[in-house]
Design a protein around this ligand. Structure first.
Ligand SMILES: [Zn+2]
Length: 254
């Protein structure tokens, strides 16, 4: 089987001692490509550099809701500049996070909205982070739609009803390690309901490792466990479809 990891944060300090090894690991593990995702200007710059340096890494650039209060005044120009790199394939991760509320809600909404507009202008898909804010995120996305270039609700964590609403808006659902957690019946129900055509696979590494590695650091090679869990739920091997979804959304040329 081959795999893609549409959401990794290899720039993070968790990988500073063995990054090269982790990248070799995933190249040998049948990973087609990885989308490395930025969360602020500094690490979006690093992320874009990684994609220049490593064949199988593409990058997404953007300001995470946690970081929105620290976004420099000219952040939109900086993102636009970075997007000129051919291997920058998306804007993200952007969105709303009311669970931690590291940035005030109004600022999160402003920075989210401005980046959605930028993505439209640049004709790029979006990678969306939503936590405890499905209602507000949905109404913002709905008011902006349709998203010609599409996007993904990364690490989707709501129920089937929300899942269908976002799929109807034209978004994929990003499914990662939590699909392998024994108690996560709701997410398995979501996957069954929306089917393989509306799913992207991801790790969100270093976070959210699959069941066998819980409590440890996650890495792109572990996306295999996510694909196996999805195959089990759907009832047959959908790994090629999951790759196709990601290739189409991010218009990846290998
Ligand atoms: Zn992330």
């Amino acid at each position: 089987m081959n795999f893609v990891d549409t959401h990794a944060h290899l720039q993070m300090k968790h990988f500073e001692n063995d990054r090269e090894e982790i990248i070799k690991n995933f190249e040998n593990a049948g990973i087609f490509f990885v989308i490395n995702v930025g969360t602020n200007i500094e690490d979006s710059i690093i992320s874009a550099e990684f994609s220049r340096k490593y064949n199988k890494i593409f990058s997404s650039i953007g300001i995470h809701p946690h970081d929105s209060k620290n976004a420099p005044e000219n952040y939109l120009e900086k993102l636009e500049e970075l997007s000129k790199n051919d291997k920058v394939v998306a804007i993200g991760e952007i969105g709303l996070d009311y669970f931690r509320n590291f940035s005030p809600k109004e600022i999160q909404q402003k920075v989210f909205t401005e980046q959605l507009l930028l993505a439209k202008e640049l004709q790029l898909p979006v990678i969306i982070h939503i936590r405890d804010a499905y209602e507000d995120a949905y109404s913002i996305l709905e008011s902006f739609g349709p998203f010609e270039k599409g996007g993904v609700i990364h690490s989707f964590s709501a129920d089937s009803e929300w899942a269908l609403k976002f799929v109807k808006l034209g978004f994929y659902l990003g499914i990662g390690g939590p699909i392998t957690y024994k108690k996560n019946k709701i997410l398995r129900e979501v996957v069954r309901m929306v089917g393989e055509d509306n799913i992207l696979t991801e790790t969100d590494c270093p976070y959210l490792p699959p069941q066998p590695f819980r409590g440890k650091r996650n890495e792109p090679a572990y996306v295999k466990y996510v694909v196996e869990a999805i195959n089990d739920i759907i009832g047959y091997d959908v790994s090629e479809i999951l790759i196709k979804n990601a290739v189409e959304l991010f218009e990846v040329n290998l």
